[in-house]
Design a protein around this ligand. Structure first.
Ligand code: NAP
Length: 493
């Protein structure tokens, strides 16, 4: 299978935090892959910006080391690497220091006002304000595009303040709020399957879908982000953004077109249709967990170096969407750290056939499911019952149909297609000016609105998170939550 490479126009990509973990691990490898595929013109510039005392040569060495560390196998070609490094440069800046901005303006400001200029803020959110102020004070914000990473606020109030500040310098049409889950191939395939086929749409509702489960499980702990994570917890770090965005794409109505605002309007409607959880509903529909130590690994509290911490490292929620399509179909959302496996998936479990003609068989008839796998590999599976091949009467078994149609994990498949990392698509979508896979400010605020009332309820109740074993499926309470219904969690594996 071939995929078409359409080169983007020339650009200046300023990466604030260009020496940091996200830049080294994700952004620079993603840009290298796009360069290697011939999508980035040789006249483009990628400029790392941070405080470390480096010159262009020193920064190119840092980039080369990062690519060697994070790019797999034979994908790093010496000749292409030289070409890529030739478009890399460095501008030292302390964004909190106004004098530093003067140097920045002198040395690094965009070469041509008609050229596409992108500022990627791969820095702590506490630096968003000084950077935007610095860009504004130095007249560098006109016509430029701005990319911001989560966390986008700590609660509704701070998210509104941040949006106000961003909008003061950049139009909404030039702000790209990134959620890399939306850049995943299978997430877009979910939209293609739903809206480019007539097969699924008639069944995409509460009449046919019994429940939807969205799981983002991690086997790792806080990985160096202890201070930030202990202030935030799983609800703010994962649920408010990644899980709610996946819920929106799973549940939204067909948009008028594949235009950014048509899609974002529909996602916003889903967020506004979420049944608010208040009072006793919070106790009945949510579970918080915190992992405890075992012989080899520290507990959450030990890892966070906060013996009294009641921050949740796990959360499970039974959510309801109040509209005609979904009334009666629960959406089970769960995310957590130090669980059995790294796994992210959305599963749509269909209702049983209304009447079974297969009685008295050994194998129970399992409900059909469509499973969108996002991690560790990207895949779409259809779980169906089929006849076991061979003679000897009717025996049924569950079969899994691969509905991925042309892609495997981030490697060459037998069709010769490498599944691109989400950042590859998203970074160049910014250059193309395509906001379809980015969040709009009102979506972020609507998500905080729903999440805030749950967090407030937890605080008022004074209850502490339940404990769970490291490498387990999560706290017992999550199983009790779902056991009240006829549904069961899918296994984290
Ligand atoms: P990080 O490794 O701590 O990097 C922070 C960067 O900011 C460094 O390059 C640092 O470089 C620069 N910096 C700090 N203070 C500065 C200042 N005063 N002026 C200019 N530059 C300054 O953080 P990260 O993990 O890359 O994360 C960056 C952002 O992305 C955070 O908001 C994080 O929440 C978000 N994020 C990260 C990941 C991830 O996988 N890492 C995933 C999703 C979201 P110097 O020390 O050289 O100045």
């Amino acid at each position: 299978m071939s995929h078409k490479i359409i080169p983007v126009p020339e650009f200046d990509y300023f990466v604030f935090g260009g020496t940091g973990d996200l830049a080294r691990r994700k952004l620079l490898p993603a840009l290298y892959y796009r360069f290697a595929d011939g999508q980035i013109p040789e006249s483009a510039r990628i400029i790392g910006c941070s405080r470390t005392d480096l010159d262009d040569i020193g920064y190119r060495q840092l980039v080369e080391d990062a690519l060697k560390e994070w790019i797999k196998g034979n994908d790093l070609d010496e000749q292409l690497l030289d070409g890529f490094l030739s478009i890399i440069s460095y501008q030292r800046i302390d964004v909190s220091d106004p004098n530093s901005w003067k140097d920045f303006e002198r040395n690094a400001s965009p070469t041509n006002p008609d050229r596409i200029t992108v500022y990627y803020l791969s820095v702590s959110p506490s630096l968003f304000l000084p950077i935007i102020q610095g860009l504004k004070d130095n007249g560098l914000h006109h016509h430029a595009r701005l990319v911001v990473e989560k966390p986008l606020g700590f609660d509704l109030k701070s998210a509104q303040e941040l949006n106000g500040f961003l909008l003061d310098a950049f139009d909404e049409s030039r702000i790209y709020r990134i959620d890399h889950y939306l850049g995943k191939e299978t997430v877009q395939n979910l939209m293609a399957l739903r809206f480019a086929n007539s097969l699924f749409e008639p069944m995409w509702n509460a009449r046919y879908i019994a429940n939807v489960q969205i799981t983002v499980a991690e086997s790792i702990g806080m990985g160096g982000r202890e201070e930030y994570y202990d202030r935030s917890g799983a609800m703010r770090d994962m649920m408010q953004n990644h899980l709610l965005q996946l819920l929106c794409l799973s549940a939204m109505e067909p948009p008028v077109s594949y235009k950014p605002d048509h899609i974002r309007d529909e996602k916003l409607k889903v967020l506004r249709s979420l049944q608010p959880l208040v009072g006793d509903d919070i106790r009945l529909n949510t579970v918080r967990g915190q992992y405890v130590e075992n012989d080899n690994d520290p507990s959450y509290r030990q890892e966070a170096k906060n013996p009294g911490s009641n921050t949740e490292s796990y959360v499970a929620i039974k959510a309801s969407i109040n509209n005609w399509r979904w009334s009666g179909t629960p959406f089970y959302l769960r995310t957590g750290k130090r669980l059995r496996a790294n796994m992210a998936e959305i599963s749509f479990e269909f209702r049983h056939a209304p009447h079974s003609i297969f009685t008295g068989l050994d194998t129970p008839i399992k409900p059909n499911a469509m499973v969108i796998r996002l991690q560790p590999d990207e895949r779409i599976d259809l779980e169906v019952m089929t006849k076991e091949p061979g003679p000897g009467g009717m025996r049924l078994r569950q079969s899994i149909l691969d509905a991925t149609f042309g892609g495997g994990s981030n490697s060459q498949t037998d069709q010769g297609f490498r599944m691109p990392d989400a950042y590859e698509r998203l970074l160049l979508d910014v250059v193309r000016g395509d906001q379809t896979l980015f969040m709009r400010g009102d979506e972020v605020e609507a998500a905080w609105c729903w999440v805030d009332s749950i967090i407030e309820g937890w605080a008022l109740s004074g209850e502490v998170p339940e404990t769970y074993e490291i490498a387990s499926q999560g706290p017992a309470g999550a199983f009790e939550l779902i056991a009240k219904t006829e549904h069961r969690w899918r296994t984290i594996q």
